[in-house]
Design a protein around this ligand. Structure first.
Ligand code: GAP
Length: 435
C-alpha cells in the first residue's frame, strides 16, 4: 500500500541518505534540499527514464541544454516579466505572507488577535540577479523559471541543424527557479527544481490531435513506471487558472497524502511564444512546408514535469510495509529503472575467502548496473536495508559458491531466493530487471 503519511517518506529519505535538509549544519535553509548518495541516483534515474521515453525511443524529438541565466529581453517577449506572478497578501499583524489563491478563507491562518490582510498584489516569481561587475539596469539577468524559452529561442537553430520538420519536438531537462511564496510539502514545491519539458511543434491544424496524444502518452508513462492507476487522474484547468500562454491545460495529478496534487501539466501553447519572439527579436521563427507550399508558425503542445516532484510521487507510491517471517519490514517497490541500485552484491561473511569472488562479481555487474557492495552485518539485516532503499535484486555469495560456482539471487518483492550459476548470472539479472 502506498504511503499515507508524508513523514514515512521524509524520515526514510533522511535516514537512508536520499534527501537531506539543505545547509543543515547552519540550522537549515527553509524548503531547500540536498540529494544524498541514494537520492541523487534516483533523481538521475528519473530524468533518464523521461529522456529514454521522450527522446531516445522516438525519432521525432531532439534534446537541448540551454543556458539558465537569461537576458530580460527573452522574458519580456515571453510575457513572464509581466505575467509570471502569484497574488500575494501580507498580514499586517503577524507579518506572514500568503498566496491569496491558496487561502481557504479571507482569514489569516495564523489567527492572531486582529490579523488583517493587505490588498493582493502581483508578486513576480522570477529570481533576478546581475551579470558582470557593474550593477545597473543593463546587466540584469534572470534565473529561468521554465526551460521552455530555451527551446523557443533556439527553434530556428534546431530546425536548421537537426533535419527535423513539424510535427517534431525539442526536449530539455534542467534547473528552474521560482521564488515561491509558499514552498512546502518536502520536495513537492521548492524554489529550485529540475524541470523536464517537451515543446512539440505541429502544423496548427494538427495541434488538437497531438494534445490528446500527449495527454494519453504521459498518463501511461506513470502507470508504466509503477504508479497505481487509481492514484492518478486528469484535471482540466478552469479558464481563470490558465497560464498566460495557454489556451487549454490538463494536469496529471497524484493522490498525495494531503490530497490530489499536480505532477505534470500538458499545455496548448499555440503559436503564442514563437509569435512573441518573432515580434520582439524581428527574426524568422516560422516553417516553410515545401510539400504544401505553405509558410506557418507552428503550434506547440507542451508536457512539463518536475523531476523532484515526481520522485516524491514515485517514493510515496512505492512505499509498502509487510510481514516477512513474522517480522515487519518496510520496502520501496520501485521500478528497477528508478531504484538507486539495481543490484546489491552481498558476501555472506566478511571472511577473506569470500571477498575475492564477491568483488569480482561486483566488478562485472557494476559495468552494467548501479550496484552496491555490502559485507557488514548479518545477511537478514542487509536484505532489509536493500528492501528499504528499493534495490530489486540481491546477489549473495556464500561458501558453497566457492565449490559450485553458483550464487543466490534474492528478489525484493517476493523475498524468494534462487540459485544460479555465476556464468548465467548476468543474463538472469537482465531477464528479471527487464534491461
Ligand atoms: N513550462 C510550463 C511550466 O513550467 P508548470 O505547471 O508551472 O508549467 C510544470 O510546471 C511542472 O513543474 C509541474 O507540474 C511540477 O511538476 C513542476 N513544478 C512547478 N513548480 C514547482 C516547484 N516550485 N517545485 C517543484 N516542482 C515544481
Amino acid at each position: 500500500m502506498p504511503a499515507t503519511d508524508l513523514d514515512q517518506i521524509v524520515n526514510l529519505c533522511k535516514r537512508r541518505g536520499f534527501v537531506y535538509p539543505s545547509a543543515e549544519i547552519y540550522g537549515g535553509f527553509r524548503s531547500s534540499y540536498d540529494y544524498g548518495p541514494l537520492g541523487s541516483l534516483m533523481l538521475r534515474n528519473t530524468k533518464e527514464a523521461w529522456i529514454r521515453t521522450m527522446v531516445q525511443e522516438r525519432d521525432d524529438v531532439v534534446l537541448i541544454d540551454a543556458a539558465i541565466l537569461t537576458p530580460p529581453q527573452v522574458f519580456a517577449a515571453s510575457g513572464h516579466l509581466a505575467n509570471f506572478t502569484d497574488p500575494l497578501v501580507d498580514c499586517t499583524v503577524c507579518k506572514r505572507r500568503f498566496r491569496q489563491d491558496q487561502l481557504e478563507t479571507r482569514d489569516c491562518p495564523q489567527n492572531k488577535e486582529g490579523c488583517q490582510f493587505t490588498e493582493a498584489r502581483a508578486f513576480n516569481l522570477m529570481f533576478k540577479t546581475s551579470a558582470g561587475p557593474v550593477q545597473d539596469e543593463g546587466t540584469d539577468v534572470y534565473l529561468r523559471p521554465e526551460t521552455a524559452q530555451g527551446m523557443f529561442i533556439n527553434f530556428a537553430n534546431v530546425l536548421q541543424t537537426s533535419r527535423k520538420k513539424p510535427p517534431f519536438g525539442i526536449a530539455q531537462v534542467g534547473k528552474a527557479f521560482r521564488n515561491e511564496i509558499t514552498p512546502g510539502n518536502f520536495i513537492f514545491r521548492t524554489r529550485e527544481f529540475d524541470l523536464m519539458e517537451l515543446e512539440f511543434f505541429t502544423p496548427p491544424s494538427e495541434a488538437p490531435r497531438w494534445y490528446q496524444y500527449w495527454c494519453e502518452q504521459r498518463m501511461q508513462w506513470y502507470i508504466d513506471y509503477g504508479i497505481p492507476v487509481e492514484m492518478l487522474r486528469f484535471r482540466t484547468h478552469d479558464s481563470d487558472e490558465l497560464s498566460h500562454y495557454s489556451t487549454g491545460t490538463r494536469d496529471i495529478e497524484y493522490l498525495f497524502p494531503w490530497g490530489w496534487g499536480e505532477i505534470e501539466g500538458i499545455a496548448q501553447r499555440t503559436d503564442f511564444d514563437l509569435n512573441q519572439h518573432i515580434e520582439h527579436s524581428k527574426q524568422k521563427l516560422d516553417y516553410f512546408d515545401q510539400a504544401t507550399n505553405e509558410r506557418y508558425v507552428p503550434y506547440v503542445v507542451e508536457p512539463a514535469v518536475g523531476a523532484n516532484r515526481i520522485m516524491a510521487a514515485f517514493l510515496l507510491a512505492a512505499y509498502d510495509e509487510d510481514i516477512i517471517n513474522g517480522e515487519p519490514r518496510s520496502v520501496l517497490r520501485l521500478h528497477p529503472r528508478l531504484a538507486p541500485y539495481q543490484v546489491a552484491v552481498l558476501p555472506l561473511s566478511k571472511k577473506d575467502t569470500l571477498t575475492p569472488l564477491a568483488r569480482s562479481i561486483y566488478a562485472v555487474l557494476s559495468k552494467r548496473y548501479m550496484c552496491e557492495f555490502d559485507e557488514t552485518q548479518a545477511i537478514g539485516r542487509r536484505y532489509r536495508r536493500q528492501d528499504e532503499i528499493g534495490t530489486p535484486l540481491c546477489v549473495t555469495v556464500d561458501f558453497d559458491s566457492l565449490e559450485d560456482a553458483s550464487v543466490t539471487i534474492r528478489d525484493r518483492d517476493t523475498t524468494e531466493q534462487q540459485r544460479v550459476p555465476i556464468g548465467s548470472l548476468e543474463s538472469e539479472l537482465a531477464k528479471r530487471l527487464g534491461f
